[in-house]
Design a protein around this ligand. Structure first.
Ligand code: AMP
Ligand code: MG
Length: 310
C-alpha cells in the first residue's frame, strides 16, 4: 500500500489537537488518541461508549520510546526481538514518573503496550511526540473494524478522520500476554499461543476464561454482530445465513465463505467483515459450521463463542 503523506499529516494535526483519529493496523483498525492527554483519551471512551473500567492498549513505535513509561524484563525483551512489530500486546509495570494518562490505565499501575506493524501506523507514530492509546475502532462490545467503511458504519460523522490503510491483513485483535510474573495469556489473538510458547521455551498459562476478569477483552459477551449466532452447526434452520470455513460447490445465496480452501489465516482476515456483511444483508441469525480448533482457529472460535452469547 502506498503511503500518502498528506493524509498522515492530517491525522497528525488532529491528534496534536487532542482529537481521535481511526488508524489502520495489521490486526484491526484502532481509534487512536494521545495517550498522555486526559482530554484526548476521554474522547475515545465517549465515542466507543466504552465502560470506564476497561483500560486501553497503548501503541509505540519501538521499545526505546517505551522505556520512558514501562520497566522491561527478560521475557519481554525475548518476545519483542522475535515478534515486534506485530500482533502481540504486553502487560508491563508502569513507571512511577510515566506521563501516561490515568484514563488509559483506569488508575492501575500496569500498562498494555503494542508495536503495530502496519507501515501507515508506523509512519504516523514517527511523526508524533507521544504514544497512541488505541482500542479497536468499533462501538463497545461489537465486532471490530477491519476497513475504513466498517469504522464509518459504527461512528458516522462523529469521528473526525479515518486514515485509510486498506483492509487489515490479520483481521483479529492482538494476543495479550501478561509478563509481570509467569507469562500468562489474557486474550487469544493474531499471534498463536504455540509460537509464543516456543519462543519463550517455557510453559505459559492461558487465562482466557477467568472467573475474575483482569482484561475486559475476556468479557463473555463481546465481538457481537448484533444478531444471534449458533455454533458447530451441520444443519441450518430456515432463514439463517450459513458461515462456512471453506468454499464448497453447493453455493447458495445464504452461504458465506471465510476462505477458498480452508486456510485459517484467510478465514481470520475475513471473519469480521463477513459477520458485518451478513448483518447488512438483513439476516436475522447466523449458523456457523465447525471451525478446526487449532492455531488461529482457536482465536476464531474464541471470538465466535463470545459473539454467540448475545
Ligand atoms: P480493545 O479495546 O479491543 O483494543 O482491547 C484491548 C484489551 O486490552 C481489552 O481487553 C483491555 O481490557 C485489555 N487491557 C488493556 N490494558 C490492560 C491492562 N493494564 N491489564 C490487562 N488488560 C488490559
Ligand atoms: Mg475491542
Amino acid at each position: 500500500m502506498k503511503i500518502n503523506l498528506a493524509n498522515i499529516k492530517k491525522a497528525q494535526k488532529l491528534l496534536n489537537k487532542s482529537e481521535c483519529v481511526a488508524i489502520p493496523t495489521e490486526t484491526v483498525y484502532g481509534l487512536a488518541a494521545n495517550a498522555y492527554s486526559d482530554t484526548a483519551c476521554k474522547k475515545i471512551y465517549k465515542l466507543k461508549k466504552r465502560p470506564k473500567n476497561n483500560p486501553l492498549i497503548v501503541h509505540y513505535l519501538n521499545c526505546q520510546i517505551l522505556k520512558k513509561d514501562c520497566s522491561f524484563n527478560n521475557n519481554f525483551i525475548k518476545l519483542y526481538k522475535k515478534f515486534c512489530p506485530g500482533p502481540i500486546t504486553f502487560i508491563l509495570d508502569l513507571k512511577k514518573n510515566s506521563k501516561i494518562s490515568k484514563i488509559v490505565t483506569n488508575k492501575q499501575n500496569t500498562l498494555a503496550v503494542r508495536f503495530p506493524k502496519h507501515p501507515i501506523a508506523r509512519s504516523l507514530l514517527k511523526k508524533l511526540n507521544f504514544p497512541l492509546a488505541a482500542p479497536s475502532a468499533n462501538l463497545s462490545s461489537k465486532v471490530s473494524a477491519v476497513t475504513p467503511a466498517d469504522v464509518k458504519d459504527d461512528f458516522g460523522n462523529n469521528i473526525k478522520y479515518i486514515l485509510d490503510g486498506g483492509k487489515s491483513s490479520i483481521g483479529l485483535e492482538s494476543t495479550i500476554i501478561d509478563l509481570r510474573n509467569k507469562p500468562k495469556i489474557l486474550r487469544l489473538g493474531g499471534l498463536e499461543t504455540s509460537i509464543i510458547k516456543k519462543a519463550l521455551n517455557k510453559k505459559i498459562i492461558i487465562n482466557n476464561n477467568p472467573s475474575k476478569i483482569s482484561s475486559p477483552g475476556q468479557f463473555k459477551i463481546h465481538y457481537s454482530p448484533g444478531i444471534p449466532i449458533r455454533l458447530n452447526v451441520k444443519k441450518i434452520r430456515n432463514g439463517e445465513a450459513y458461515l462456512l470455513i471453506k468454499k464448497n460447490k453447493r453455493t447458495k445465496s445464504n452461504y458465506y465463505f471465510l476462505s477458498k480452501n480452508g486456510s485459517l489465516r484467510e478465514a481470520s482476515k475475513n471473519l469480521y467483515s463477513t459477520l458485518r456483511k451478513i448483518k447488512k444483508d438483513k439476516y436475522k441469525s447466523i449458523a456457523v459450521c465447525k471451525i478446526p480448533n487449532k492455531g488461529l482457529g482457536k482465536t476464531i472460535n474464541d471470538r465466535l463463542m463470545r459473539a454467540s452469547k448475545f
